[in-house]
Write a protein that binds this ligand. Structure first.
Ligand SMILES: [Zn+2]
Length: 456
């Protein structure tokens, strides 16, 4: 039923469909590109042979009769992972601003993001996810780690996102944003929705993965922390929520819950394999270290932090990844902001932008339990981004990060390949007709903005 809600797939041009089928069913060669892994940095020219969902061969003698895609003057790199996002925000670009200028994070939540999620109905959840996935795919991402909220359209919402991801061709790690801000019934529905989708993942009914989702510590009562922990224990998965985006979580803990934020996180049991905490701007460093040791991740979102006027997360390590926090799916833009913000802070982390991108790729690999790490090597998953990039200045292994943060752009993404399938080819979405998508998404955005007026 969900697929029939969208006619986009059937509206995709039939021209080229045979070509796509041909490329996905047999081996194909990406020929003449510069292969690049960002951390540890490895770079060199070689042809790559893909077969099925995997990379079959890198360099060496390649059979002449295989179909070839010319990627000379291009970078071929493992596709990006958006380590934390909200696909439900994808239709907000250009919407009217609130009457007053938000000054605090709470202003942003109460004047923009909460009226938005309340205004989402079933169709808008699906339309938002389609647009969000389309933007991510066109920016070179293969995987999005999404935290969804639509408190007036909770039941089945994760299936609608799943359908949209399948239509575009991306992989997702999905979670519903449990919160006590809208009362007990909606909290229970949120937990139910998380459980329902986790069961589908466990039963192998979906190709995607799931985490136990929640909004933020400040909007969770103690018994909700216990319920979320129970769900994570039951399914053996991590949690995905915002923590300490500003000082509100800590103040709420001491003033309203008569305890400390660290003790509430302990009660939630957030330090476990696969957990993703977003922001962590005001989180104690020892909590971040403990999370990393336990196999969890921090998703830092520097552009969102700038827009919300909160600080900068100063942690580092293989467990720190980049998110886009609903702005778009553009990990390259996020890496640029990460580098420049940390340069400004003079904390030495700016040069780690490539390591942050690679950490996100490794996180996706862990969450999907891939047998091989995200490298350009035989046996690895064939998730690749191909960028047009032929710089005017020398590029080598030692200076490539400078090229990433000053030279790369999502508009340079020529192809995005997910599990061996082209989902973006020659800058265009393969599986949906972009004009049809625009034809659906613009009226949907107008309808959403109109509906938001009722929730201010
Ligand atoms: Zn977020």
């Amino acid at each position: 039923m969900l697929h029939s809600e969208s006619t986009l797939r059937s509206a995709a041009p039939s021209v080229g469909a045979d070509e796509v089928a041909r490329l996905t069913e047999q081996a194909v060669v990406l020929a003449g590109g510069t292969l690049l892994e960002l951390h540890p940095t490895r770079m060199g020219k070689a042809d790559v042979v893909l077969r099925g969902a995997q990379i079959m061969q890198v360099g060496g003698r390649i059979a002449d009769d295989l179909p070839r895609v010319d990627v000379s003057d291009c970078i071929v790199t493992p596709a990006f992972t958006v380590g934390h996002t909200h696909l439900y925000m994808a239709l907000t670009r250009g919407m009217p601003p609130p009457a007053s200028t938000p000054r605090t994070l709470t202003d942003h939540l109460q004047w923009i993001w909460w009226p938005l999620d309340k205004a989402l109905d079933d169709d808008l959840v699906h339309a938002s996810a389609l647009v969000g996935a389309a933007m991510a795919a066109k920016a070179g991402a293969a995987c999005v780690v999404d935290l969804h909220s639509s408190p007036r359209a909770i039941d089945g919402s994760l299936d609608r996102i799943e359908a949209a991801l399948d239509e575009i061709g991306l992989r997702g790690v999905l979670a519903y944003e449990t919160s006590d801000r809208e009362g007990r019934a909606r909290r229970d529905a949120a937990i139910r929705e998380n459980r329902r989708f986790l069961k589908r993942v466990r039963a192998g009914e979906t190709q995607h993965r799931a985490l136990v989702g929640a909004h933020a510590m400040m909007s969770l009562n103690d018994d909700t922390l216990d319920a979320l922990r129970g769900l994570a224990d039951e399914f053996g998965v991590g949690l995905h929520l915002h923590v300490a985006e500003d000082a509100t979580d800590a103040l709420d803990a001491t003033r309203n819950k008569r305890t400390r934020l660290e003790q509430r996180l302990e009660r939630l049991g957030v330090a476990r394999p696969g957990s993703v905490i977003a922001q962590a701007v005001e989180l104690a460093p020892e909590v971040v270290v403990e999370l990393g040791r336990a196999g969890g991740f921090v998703a830092t979102n520097p552009r969102s932090n700038m827009r919300h006027g909160v600080g900068l997360f100063g942690g580092s390590g293989d467990h720190v990844v980049l998110g886009t926090d609903g702005l778009d799916g553009d990990v390259v833009a996020e890496a640029r902001a990460y580098a420049f913000r940390h340069d400004e802070a003079k904390d030495g982390l700016g040069r780690e932008a490539g390591a942050r991108i690679a950490a996100g790729q490794a996180m996706a690999s862990r969450l999907f339990a891939d047998p091989a790490p995200p490298r350009i090597a035989p046996g690895a998953r064939a998730d690749l981004a191909v960028l047009d990039y032929n710089p005017f200045t020398p590029m080598n292994q030692s200076n490539v990060i400078e090229h990433v943060v000053r030279g790369w752009s999502a508009t340079g993404v020529r192809h995005t390949i997910v599990g061996g399938r082209f989902v973006v080819r020659d800058r265009a979405l393969v599986n949906v007709d972009e004009r049809a998508l625009v034809g659906r998404s613009r009226p949907a955005a107008e309808r959403l903005w109109e509906r938001m007026q009722g929730y201010y």
